[in-house]
Ligand binder design. Structure first.
Ligand SMILES: C[S@@+](CC[C@H](N)C(=O)[O-])C[C@H]1O[C@@H](n2cnc3c(N)ncnc32)[C@H](O)[C@@H]1O
Length: 505
């Protein structure tokens, strides 16, 4: 099928609020004010605010209003900047210093209603990863606004955990939205460019960068890589609009090209903007189309990139279940669900979509013979795992540069301190019978590998002081097998364990 772009709704930014940039001093005053009032992640989490975001669909407004009914400063801030309801100017004035209201009104965070008696919040402040992030209120999802600026959500946190966090001269956050990736990257990057096709997102990103004292973030408007033409980066991260839907309506989530083609386009373009040794990391979804395996489809995305590439598939949904979930997430309840669902299903049927997969891609620009690894992992780390992503890439580079046995025999590997040997037993014949013996990683990727007991003993010698050759010599003396065979098998195991990060080199 020919690739087609679904026409977007016209950008309506003129009718939307614009945040005016505050001075660096005022930004600092604002953020300290919120922090001192207790408007920060730990405190809000403790009070249960993150368990369920304000939502008209969940009908949690009465409960949230009740929980913020005590007259105090934090509750005033929560009602405006978390829940998103107007409040009487006279009530709020009791708790707020005049400078705050004047500043918030002048920069567009607040506005007065027509009679001037109530003050209306224009944005949500979402505390995340130690930052105060500006986004649209969660309740605005029902307004069907194509230019909604989404708050940090589980996919944002996931990309953040996945990101390789080493010093970077220049980082690009492609599709910055609420700017959370740019903010985190600012700590380990000399310069960050945050781009978005949504002018409201660019405006919010500029404001959020200043509010959080990150003066090394530059926010630019434009489609894909166009705003950074001719520039190169050590790190590019992207949480793009990857929903596979018949509509290109929502900038924040709908892949506007046929099926998954925007993600493909980003993957195809990214290497041109990477410095040698730079990383590109993307969250994505892709369609599995009848007659083509999912691996073939994404394999084509990664071909000829000039990068080493690792794609990890996560969950799979069938089109019907996927359509239902996406409709529930994006379409307001008043719309005709049956019609929407029929639209989605017709779109998938026409294109012979049999499944929709999600996953992550990491690409590392490297001259030479590149490798591609496409695999499925049922579990991904719950803690930040960028350093382990980097470890996997370095391990594969190492294996490639030590392809000859003679090169591997002089290496002195050591077991990762966070690997554990597990022995399982099962009941039998009146005693516990040993069954499997597994080597497992407790940090990073939850890789594990089954071992024979003698091999476990052999690995015990891998403490970084002895060469692989010496270890094999010793081991061969203990087993009853020809030396060549022992060496071949040991080298195979060593290579596998280096590749998966059990052995460090
Ligand atoms: C899912 S949001 C991600 C926001 C944020 N980076 C995060 O991780 O939470 C995707 C963002 O990509 C932007 N976007 C959509 N199409 C784009 C395009 N063609 N080029 C650049 N940005 C785009 C949207 O406006 C939206 O802000």
């Amino acid at each position: 099928m020919a690739m087609q772009t679904i026409p977007r709704l016209p950008v309506r930014s003129e009718s939307h609020i614009v945040l005016n940039l505050v001075s660096q001093n005022d930004a600092q005053r604002l953020r300290e004010f919120f922090l001192e009032a207790g408007f920060e992640e730990g405190n809000l989490r403790k009070r249960g605010y993150f368990n369920e975001l304000p939502s008209s669909r969940l009908r949690n407004m009465p409960r949230l209003l009740d929980s913020t009914s005590d007259p105090n400063l934090l509750n005033v801030l929560l009602r405006w900047f978390w829940i998103g309801v107007p409040q009487d100017a006279s009530r709020t004035a009791e708790f707020l210093p005049p400078w705050f209201t004047t500043l918030a009104l002048s920069c567009g965070l607040l506005r007065k209603d027509e009679d001037g008696e109530r003050i209306v919040p224009e944005v949500m402040f979402f505390p995340a990863e130690g930052f105060l992030v500006t986004a649209d209120h969660t309740t605005k999802i029902d307004a069907n606004d194509p230019e909604l600026v989404l708050w940090p959500n589980p996919t944002s946190r996931f990309l953040s955990r996945f990101t390789v966090r080493r010093p970077s001269r220049a980082t690009l956050d492609l599709g910055t939205g609420n700017a959370i990736q740019a903010l985190s990257a600012a700590a380990h990057s000399e310069h960050v460019v945050a781009t978005d096709l949504n002018p409201r997102a660019v405006n919010f990103a500029q404001f959020t960068a200043r509010l959080n004292g990150k003066e090394n973030i530059e926010a630019l408007l434009g489609d894909g890589f166009a705003p950074v033409a001719g520039r190169k980066f050590d790190l590019i991260v992207s949480n793009p609009p990857f929903f596979i839907s018949p509509s290109g309506r929502y900038l924040f989530c709908d892949n506007p090209m046929d099926l998954d083609q925007l993600c493909r386009q980003f993957v195809k373009d990214a290497p041109n903007y990477l410095e040698e040794d730079g990383y590109f990391q993307l969250l994505c979804e892709w369609a599995e189309v009848r007659g083509q395996s999912w691996q073939e489809r994404v394999g084509e995305w990664l071909e000829g990139s000039g990068c080493d590439a690792w794609l990890i598939k996560g969950h799979t949904q069938d089109p019907a279940e996927y359509a239902q979930h996406r409709i529930a997430e994006t379409a307001a309840g008043t719309r005709n669900d049956a019609e929407l669902y029929a639209n989605y299903m017709a779109y998938y049927r026409e294109r012979k979509v049999e499944a929709i997969h999600d996953g992550i891609i990491a690409m590392h620009r490297r001259s030479g013979h590149n490798w591609t690894q496409i695999e499925e992992l049922s579990e991904l780390p719950k803690d930040p795992f960028g350093e382990f992503v980097q470890l996997v890439f370095s391990a594969r580079d190492f294996l490639q540069s030590h392809a000859a046995d003679a090169e591997m025999l002089v290496v002195k590997p050591r077991l990762a301190p966070y690997c554990r040997l597990e022995q399982f037993f099962q009941p039998g014949e009146g005693r516990w019978q040993p069954t499997s013996l597994n080597l497992r990683l407790l940090k990073g990727f939850a890789f594990f590998i089954g071992l024979q007991a003698p091999v476990a003993g052999f690995l015990n010698g891998c403490d970084g002081t002895r060469t692989v050759g010496e270890l094999i010599q010793d081991f061969a003396r203990q087993v009853d097998a020809p030396f060549e065979q022992v060496q071949k098998e040991c080298l195979g195991i060593i290579r596998k364990l280096i590749e998966r990060g059990f052995l460090l080199v």
